[in-house]
Design a protein. Structure first.
Length: 575
């Protein structure tokens, strides 16, 4: 008897059709197995990722950053390639005040979500909050011209970038374009109004006043509008406006302690009786609370009424006056009024806690110097320097404080103590030093700063560019500068500033011909890019085309240059 496969198959199908209940049971089991497989290999992981993100957001909304951080880490572990989790991490970093970290996370989200303009704009926005304009430029460069022109958010970011750079006409144009897209909303009209207040055109100024006056009563935007209006009134000495806007700001729900100095200054200038009335009332309200008293003393100092501050502080309990925070603002009042004996006595009697002891030293130094006690001043200075080597925060703050007193040399020394340490404060100190040397047009100082920053952030193209430029400008590490500039330009071939730096480094290495060949394709852009014009003018002069080079170099704005750059221009333009 032979086995007939076809016959057996048909008999099986007949029996299968007859066993309806069995058939449905097996179908159900197969569906269940399939469902479990789908849940196991796709749905559950997807749900887990989404749930981690949702849990993190709930903790953030609940004001529980520690729990939110755990949930964010779980979300990152579950889906490290999902831009949404890095976006969430950026939100958490912003809430905790970690601005640089927010930028890193926002950049990561944008890199994982190419083609999503919203992520790029959040990256640029984070960079602006962190005061990293070059990083914001890099982010916005990822978008097309149409994407930039069609997004009110992008236009506002560009407007703010231009405003910070002092390019007010360009900033105004960007906010006007955003306003055209959005309609009359505060997010466009308030910053536009602030920009227009600084215009020399009376019609533009008037429009700025109208825009800000429109939003002054607003609960959300009124505080910013009123601060701008009050500041403008003080600047142009409009006494009626000072009284109006000072009163409105003090009554606004968004009024901050930091607004008190401007308000008191306005009252003092516009109406002495009103000033006395306000201060008398504030003194009554704040005398029993050291922190509140300290805020009023600080406001009196900032409004130019330190004599009033000294008069009132002498009526306060000694137990409060000889402890921070009152001791600090009292010392400032005595410094401003030149009462050195009382300042030295206050410093001696105050119980300076470790977190503010360095302030006692800086006020003690100032008093000792004014009283001619060089030994005491030197001893306190060395104590401050030794402490600065261990505490970058105190070094940075002390340096910035005494810089405002005109102690530039000592401030510079303290800033370097902070810069030579590690961490975020060191970067802030280096930024402070970079601005300090920029104002002084000190190329050597700039090189020293960027040599240190490049050591800390060698992968940052903006840092690498500045390092290479100032190294070449000052004659330091020329070969390394050329390598860095070459690699930086190769990685960012569309960046004209990096191109200009590479060409300048080649020029400084005696390769003017190579520099000229590199710059010729973009010669038409020298009218709008000073870095290109500087490098191209030097390259022309260095290849024997002195007249053409001198003409181009003469068009540059010398106010933005170091003395070393000006010396190079003079040498290249000489017959």
């Amino acid at each position: 008897m032979t086995f007939d496969l076809r016959e057996s198959w048909w008999r099986f199908l007949d029996r299968w059709e007859e066993q309806r209940r069995l058939r449905w049971t097996i179908y159900s089991l197969l569906a269940l197995v399939l469902t479990v497989a789908v849940l196991r290999f796709w749905a559950y992981p997807w749900w887990n990722r989404r749930n981690a993100i949702n849990v993190a957001r709930q903790w953030m909304l609940a004001g529980k950053p520690a729990y939110a951080a755990e949930a964010v880490q779980e979300a990152i572990n579950a889906a490290p390639e999902n831009p949404e989790v890095w976006r969430l991490a950026g939100d958490l970093a912003r809430l905790s005040g970690r601005k640089s970290l927010e930028v890193d996370f926002a950049r990561r989200a944008a890199e994982l979500g190419p083609g999503v303009p919203e992520l790029v704009l959040e990256w640029a926005s984070a960079a602006l909050r962190a005061d990293q304009p070059d990083e914001a430029d890099r982010a916005l460069a990822k978008l097309s011209k149409d994407e930039l022109a069609g997004s009110a958010f992008a236009l506002r970011l560009q407007g703010e970038l231009e405003r910070r750079r002092g390019q007010f006409t360009a900033a105004m144009n960007h906010f006007e374009a955003a306003l055209h897209l959005d309609g009359p909303v505060a997010v466009d009209e308030v910053p536009l109004g602030i920009i227009l207040l600084g215009s020399t055109d009376s019609s533009l100024r008037q429009r700025g006043l109208q825009l800000l006056g429109k939003w002054a009563p607003d609960r959300v935007w009124g505080g910013n509008a009123l601060r701008a209006l009050l500041g403008d009134a003080i600047r142009i000495d409009d006494r009626a406006a000072m009284l109006k806007w000072a009163g409105a700001l003090q009554a606004h729900p968004d009024c901050q302690p930091a607004d008190l100095p401007a308000s008191l200054l306005a009252y003092a200038r516009a109406d002495e009786a009103r000033f006395t009335e306000v201060v008398t009332q504030l003194e009554k309200e704040r005398a029993a609370k050291p922190e509140a008293a300290a805020l009023l003393l600080a406001a009196l100092n900032e409004s130019g009424r330190s004599q009033e501050a000294v008069r009132w502080m002498n009526t306060l309990p000694a137990r409060d006056l000889h402890h921070a925070p009152l001791a600090v603002v009292a010392a400032e009042a005595l410094r401003r009024t030149g009462d050195w004996e009382h300042l030295r006595e206050l410093v001696r009697l105050t119980e300076w806690t470790p977190d503010v002891h360095f302030l006692g030293w800086i006020y003690g130094i100032e008093a000792a110097r004014a009283l001619g006690d060089a030994n005491a001043a030197d001893e306190l200075w060395h104590s401050l320097l030794n402490h600065a080597q261990l505490n970058a925060v105190h070094a940075l703050f002390a340096g910035s404080t005494i810089f405002s007193w005109g102690r530039e040399k000592e401030a510079e020394a303290l800033w370097w103590k902070a810069a030579e340490q590690n961490g975020k404060v060191a970067i802030e100190a280096l930024g402070t030093l970079a601005r300090f040397y920029q104002v002084r047009r000190d190329a050597e100082g700039q090189y020293r700063v960027f040599d240190r920053v490049f050591l800390l952030h060698p992968k940052d193209p903006a840092v690498a560019n500045n390092y290479a430029f100032f190294a070449a400008l000052t004659g330091h590490q020329q070969l390394r500068a050329e390598q860095v500039a070459k690699e930086n330009f190769a990685q960012n071939p569309g960046n004209r500033t990096y191109l200009a730096t590479y060409a300048f480094v080649l020029f400084s290495r005696g390769k003017a011909g190579e520099a000229l060949a590199l710059l010729k394709p973009v010669a038409g852009e020298t009218g709008t890019n000073q870095a290109l014009a500087f490098a191209y003018g030097l390259a022309l002069a260095g290849t024997g085309q002195k007249a053409e080079g001198a003409a181009l170099l003469a068009s540059l704005d010398a106010k933005t240059m170091t003395t070393r750059e000006i010396e190079l221009i003079k040498a290249a333009s000489a017959n």
